[in-house]
Design a protein around this ligand. Structure first.
Ligand code: NAD
Length: 547
């Protein structure tokens, strides 16, 4: 974390109340833990916390001065005004990067971004919910555990995972792999990113050559020792080279920024430094050569799959880019959501997180204790919390993520609000969840691929989710669509709540947390999933079954 982007500690208020103060602290936090805060970039190459610095300053000033009965409106990272609402209305509502269907293309996005008309908020960057790599560590760990259960008798001990990309999100992979007890090799083209992950303790070791890296992995496999190795290099060169040597890892994926050929993926033969220059001088070359590299990269992934590896797309559009480059069978590689997580989403179990707004790590430990006790029979949650305590260092404001479902989130939210009120915790706690949550995302190449009823690309669901959360009095509600290479590929919704111990917060938490997951169960029940219909029945979520 950098000193020039600090987080705020303690219980002193700079705003009218904790709802505004909490959101301000979350905005500070996404920059504190972000990848390139000087440019307001939080992660994924272009995901910004605000449109530009004047917008950022105005957002900060507004949060500091606005009244309880006012709502700030943010359009693609730019605060455009305040409307008079009422004390139960959201403090902030946002629409980030939503383009009209036929116009929702990367080239329009870049042009409108250049004209400063739009910016991409990623999923949790633009709405100030990102907590550093922990969020994605848990998601990646969850995927590895599901693969272990399905393919490897429940354990990845002695197994070899090959992946690439150690950026804002991808940087979680080595730690998640190690927590899942595997030996994981992470290829990264930018040595600075490798160093950063070593410095924060997410990566164990580095190798200088492929031979050295493979030796380290083999030794760890033989001893059934978990290990993560970072190797500098381009995945488009090294994946084919590993395949050519006849080495088939047990699991292969990738988390380079393949979704964006201008600002993300680095083509073979071009250094990250050169790519930065080419973004201005010759972006077409980056697109052309990036796609050609991705074709090789994905062909190697398909080769690993044919050789028996469990290969999956981890949500970076790499198959889509390869298929546009002519790889007809790119979609033989499954997407992680459909392959491993859909049964959880049917029950609205998904990534839920809480953040200690006073910057007090002990508050998170107290909540960990509560979760371990209250959800003692939920192995997914308790196992994760124990591992996270041991392995995941806090970045920025102390925070925790865990996959909780309908009812569980409400129960935790209300319990934490009581703990704030009775002084068990030093101050308020913010609750958010990922956009990659049951009711909150339409993304036909990631979240909603191959939905049972064919509703993959219907974006009504996240819009309904956002409206339900506004009606339920959440503190911040955001509707995002994809930017850069994700333009036209997705729409999602985000929500934040500040548990400040008050009775008003209790009401907001009860309604929003319950209704947010209800929309997830309803979405999957409507798509015909029996698990979701069972969950609706079991949890008294009122689903109208009209077929
Ligand atoms: P990032 O831009 O912070 O990092 C990407 C990393 O990939 C960089 O370190 C870059 O140097 C490296 N890289 C680029 N091209 C490479 C190449 N050819 N070979 C080796 N390394 C290369 O992005 P991020 O936040 O880490 O996200 C990575 C991708 O994952 C993005 O596409 C993001 O949208 C996606 N993502 C998906 C999910 C999900 O749905 N599971 C969650 C988070 C992020």
């Amino acid at each position: 974390m950098r000193n020039d982007f600090p987080v705020t500690s303690g219980t002193g208020l700079r705003c009218k109340g904790w709802r505004q103060e909490g959101l301000l602290r979350l905005l500070e936090n996404v920059l504190a833990v972000g990848e390139d805060p000087d440019n307001l970039v939080v992660y994924a190459a272009l995901g910004r916390a605000a449109r530009d610095w004047p917008s950022h300053r105005r957002i900060v000033d507004t949060l500091r001065t606005m009244q309880d009965d006012e709502t700030l409106i943010v359009q693609s990272g730019k605060p455009i005004g305040i409307v008079k609402t009422h004390a139960r209305a959201p403090v902030v509502i946002m629409a980030n990067c939503n383009m009209v269907g036929q116009w929702a293309k990367a080239e329009n996005f870049y042009e409108w971004e250049r004209q400063n008309l739009i910016c991409w908020g990623g999923l949790t960057a633009g709405d100030w919910q990102y907590i550093g790599s922990q969020g994605v560590i848990q998601g990646t760990y969850e995927i590895f555990c599901r693969i272990a259960e399905r393919h490897f008798g429940g354990s990845l001990s002695g197994r070899f995972i090959l992946t690439a990309g150690l950026g804002g999100m991808g940087g979680a992979q080595p730690l998640a792999g190690r927590m899942a007890e595997a030996a994981i090799l992470c290829i990264e083209v930018d040595p600075d990113r490798i160093k950063k992950r070593l410095d924060v303790g997410y990566l164990d070791s580095t190798a200088e050559t492929l031979d050295q890296a493979l030796d380290m992995i083999r030794a760890a496999q033989a001893e059934k020792r978990s290990l993560s190795v970072g190797l500098p290099g381009n995945a488009a060169d090294l994946y084919p080279e590993i395949l050519d040597r006849g080495i088939i890892p047990d699991i292969v994926t990738d988390q380079t920024s393949a979704h964006d050929l201008v600002y993300g993926y680095i083509p073979s033969g071009i250094s990250p430094e050169e790519a930065r220059g080419l973004r201005e001088t010759d972006p077409d070359r980056l697109i052309r050569e990036g796609r050609a590299s991705i074709v090789r990269h994905v062909r190697a992934m398909l080769g690993f799959q044919r050789g028996g590896a469990v290969v999956f797309d981890n949500g970076n559009l790499i198959r889509t880019q390869a298929s546009e480059g002519g790889v007809a069978d790119a979609f033989d590689i499954p997407i992680f959501t459909e392959a491993f997580l859909r049964p959880l989403f049917c029950r609205a179990v998904g990534p839920f997180r809480w953040i200690a707004l006073t910057n007090e790590a002990e508050d998170i430990r107290r909540i960990d204790d509560y979760v371990l006790d209250r959800f003692a029979d939920n192995w997914i949650v308790t196992n994760w919390i124990r591992l996270a305590r041991e392995h995941v260092p806090f970045e920025g404001l102390p925070a925790r993520i865990a996959w909780l479902g309908h009812g569980e989130r409400t129960e935790l939210g209300l319990a934490v609000n009581r703990m704030v009120r009775d002084g068990t915790l030093t101050g308020p706690i913010a609750f958010t969840r990922d956009h990659l949550d049951a009711g909150a995302m339409a993304h036909p190449n990631i979240m909603t691929e191959n939905m049972r009823d064919g509703s993959d690309a219907i974006a009504d669901w996240p819009l309904l989710n956002a409206m339900v959360n506004c009606s339920s009095m959440a503190d911040l509600v955001a509707v995002h669509s994809g930017g850069g290479g994700y333009s036209g590929y997705m729409t999602s919704a985000g929500v934040t709540l500040i548990a400040d111990g008050t009775a008003a917060a209790e009401e907001r938490l009860r309604l929003t947390l319950t209704n947010d997951t209800s929309t997830g169960i309803l979405r999957y029940a409507d798509a015909g999933y029996d698990d979701a219909r069972d969950e609706a029945e079991r949890q008294s979520v009122r689903h109208f079954d009209l077929g």
